[in-house]
Design a protein around this ligand. Structure first.
Ligand SMILES: [Zn+2]
Length: 265
């Protein structure tokens, strides 16, 4: 069901929980538990993020892991017309940037531009909007309430789609075309940028965005995503025992052996 019609459909009809299907609940309390967590650093999970150009990866924080009920929920939100999940995910990302450590990290004397990872024109038409861009707007608004001079700017756009189905992740990252919108170029020179996306997987998308931003003289300070995909064999931290405001700062919960096996060389 395309775009706007699907969104309206989801808003007017009784729905099941997007995570587990519990009837008459948009997002049940049990599934919500997975989003009520302290932010986690997750750039170490994105195996391609620091391999594309040899640079250290930017810090990326996530609200949760892309596991369990979060997977079907993100899919329903992006492609199933479940616009009712937009405020749920916006609150989760607001909680990430509202964490005192994250706020301190992205604060600065200069204005912070909050930029959503761009979707292709085809995806935008299919979804009837730009849900990631709306999340970026929510992030900027929440940062402003915390005293950070933040502004959402739709600074990037995807280039023409290329057929990359036969390419590996690294090659896809090189082929992914992201560029600055001409109207945003004057804002990007020397600007500090916080990048917003829904799911961090290989990191190829973030790397492509970073290249496009740096070409315009901007500096990617950090990224925030709703969820990040665990590495193969990773023991996912369920959040139990984590102190409020703390996060996993590195791959301490990763099975290194399985990572090496699945990523030779
Ligand atoms: Zn549920």
């Amino acid at each position: 069901m395309p775009g706007l019609l699907a969104q309206l459909w989801g808003l007017v009809l009784p729905v099941g929980c997007a995570g587990c299907g519990t009837p008459d609940e948009s997002w049940c309390a049990s599934c919500a538990q997975q989003l009520i967590r302290a932010p986690q650093r997750c750039e170490h999970r994105a195996g391609r993020l620091d391999l594309l150009d040899g640079c250290a990866p930017p810090p990326v924080w996530c609200a949760t892991s892309f596991t369990g009920p979060v997977r079907p929920a993100v899919s329903a939100w992006k492609d199933g017309g479940r616009a009712d999940l937009q405020p749920v995910f916006a609150r989760a990302l607001a909680a990430v940037v509202g964490d005192p450590e994250v706020t301190r990290f992205v604060s600065g004397s200069d204005r912070l531009l909050v930029v959503g990872v761009p979707t292709s024109g085809a995806a935008r038409r299919r979804r009837g909007g730009d849900p990631v861009g709306e999340l970026a707007g929510a992030v900027a608004a929440h940062l402003r309430t915390g005293g950070v001079d933040a502004r959402r700017v739709a600074a990037l756009r995807r280039g023409r789609d290329v057929d990359s189905t036969t390419l590996g992740a690294r090659a896809r990252g090189r082929r992914m075309r992201v560029e600055a919108r001409p109207a945003a170029r004057r804002l990007l020179g020397g600007a500090r940028v916080l990048l917003v996306d829904d799911v961090l997987t290989t990191g190829a998308t973030v790397a492509a965005c970073r290249r496009a931003l740096e070409e315009e003289g901007a500096h990617l300070v950090a990224g925030v995503v709703l969820a990040s995909t665990p590495r193969p064999g990773e023991v996912v931290d369920t959040g139990a025992g984590r102190t409020p405001g703390g996060w996993s700062a590195g791959p301490r919960d990763v099975s290194v052996e399985s990572w090496s096996r699945s990523h030779p060389g």
